[in-house]
Design a protein around this ligand. Structure first.
Ligand code: MLT
Length: 399
């Protein structure tokens, strides 16, 4: 009989967004005539851009021709895409080498997969509220997780506590779920803390393209010293509408090393390469060609136009909150609006109220941790018409 991984017993019954989908599907099947507006999971709604579609079509044609057909590609990603990402970082003031970039099927998978590189005996520090993937994947591995408070007092930007030791730290900025964004000075404090504790920061920058304030950092590697203590995860899901197309990248600097139990250096870039070549066969060529076109001049313009549409939706939501006097975070430099549940409600109760009374789906803050119990998240990823309608319906809750 196989001995099962009983760490799974320590997980909630279902993943947050599966639970939400289940509740919404039940509602829809019982109320087929009601129009439900989804501002829950951060899933994009705009179609892929012209450049992306053109590259994809060209790549499909290449696959149809024996002279240009591609079988297995490099597990780390094709050079054309790694170089395009490297140039993108360079335009944002960060120098990387192409072999520090590993193309992946998205930041969610890699923030979970990266746990393969670490022993079970590590203390993992996460903010609360937090993107549940960091917690669930470490729980699956049986690691000790400690939480730091992100709350209204620190504007949902937890800062390092000198009295707390951690080995692995997860940070996400712009933050999912709160939309809060660390400044360079704040991230510098985190890098300093990681160095003092001989710790590593796993930095999720999946929402960096939403930053409009040029003083805010888009990458942890814009902070001095970060290459010696950080790994960064990014994705085209929200940047270019790739949630269904699947393409992201993970940056593992070659300078990143820690001592093993024999006192020898182990290099994480080499370890991650070993892990990927063993467990991953790369992202499809067609998708990588499409992804590379996002980084072209035209592709970037199109991606920014998409993001501008979502930003406009974020503003519609934020303006509604202002009008109603509801305190919120995010909505600027981020597609998420995080607000205190009205009527002093618990967030899952507020979720049910929204679904039953106005048929608007959001994400209950409790799904992100105890500091989210009385908070709620809405996304800007639906279309303008639905966002306006959702906010009109939202206002009726206050009448
Ligand atoms: C979210 O809604 O938090 C995101 O869509 C999750 C993700 O990108 O996996």
């Amino acid at each position: 009989m196989p001995k099962l991984n009983e760490n799974y017993l320590n997980l909630k019954d279902s993943y947050l967004f599966s639970e939400i989908a289940k509740r919404v599907n039940n509602f829809v099947s019982e109320n087929p005539d009601k129009k439900v507006i989804r501002l829950g999971i951060g899933d994009v709604t705009l179609p892929l851009s012209q450049s992306v579609i053109k590259s994809m079509h060209e790549a499909v044609d290449e696959m149809a021709n024996s002279a240009t057909f591609k079988g297995y590609g490099p597990e780390q990603g094709y050079d054309f895409l790694r170089n395009a990402i490297k140039d993108y970082y360079c335009r944002n003031g960060v120098e990387l080498e192409a072999d520090e970039i590993f193309v992946s099927d998205g930041a969610k998978s890699d923030t979970g997969n990266i746990t393969d590189l670490f022993d079970v005996n590590n203390t993992v520090l996460v903010p609360d509220p937090v993107y549940p993937v960091y917690v669930d994947t470490n729980t699956m591995n049986g690691r000790n997780i400690i939480y730091m408070n992100s709350n209204a007092e620190n504007n949902f930007l937890a800062m390092p506590d000198k009295n707390v030791h951690a080995d692995i730290i997860y940070l996400c900025s712009p933050n999912n779920p709160t939309g809060a964004v660390y400044t360079k000075e704040q991230l510098k404090q985190w890098v300093d803390y990681a160095k003092e504790n001989d710790a590593i920061i796993l930095f999720d920058s999946a929402y960096e393209s939403f930053i409009t304030d040029e003083t805010l950092p888009r990458s942890i590697f814009s902070i001095e010293g970060a290459k010696e203590c950080c790994i960064e995860f990014c994705s085209l899901s929200k940047t270019a509408g790739f949630t269904g197309t699947r393409c992201g990248y993970t940056v593992v600097p070659k300078a990143l090393k820690y001592k093993n139990s024999k006192g020898e250096d182990m290099f994480l870039n080499k370890m991650w390469n070993r892990r990927q070549t063993t467990k991953f066969n790369g992202v499809p060529y067609i998708v990588q060609k499409a992804a590379a076109s996002v980084f072209s001049e035209e592709g970037m313009k199109e991606a920014q136009a998409m993001i501008a549409t979502y930003r406009e939706n974020a503003k519609i939501i934020a303006d509604t909150m202002d009008e109603l006097g509801v305190k919120y975070y995010g909505g600027v430099n981020s597609p998420y609006i995080w607000f205190e549940c009205p009527f002093n409600m618990y967030s899952w109760d507020f979720f049910d109220k929204m679904l039953n009374e106005i048929q608007v789906v959001g994400t209950p803050g409790a799904g992100f941790g105890k500091n989210g119990d009385n908070y709620f998240r809405l996304t800007a990823f639906n279309n303008k018409e639905n966002t306006v309608e959702a906010m009109e319906r939202f206002k009726t809750l206050f009448k």
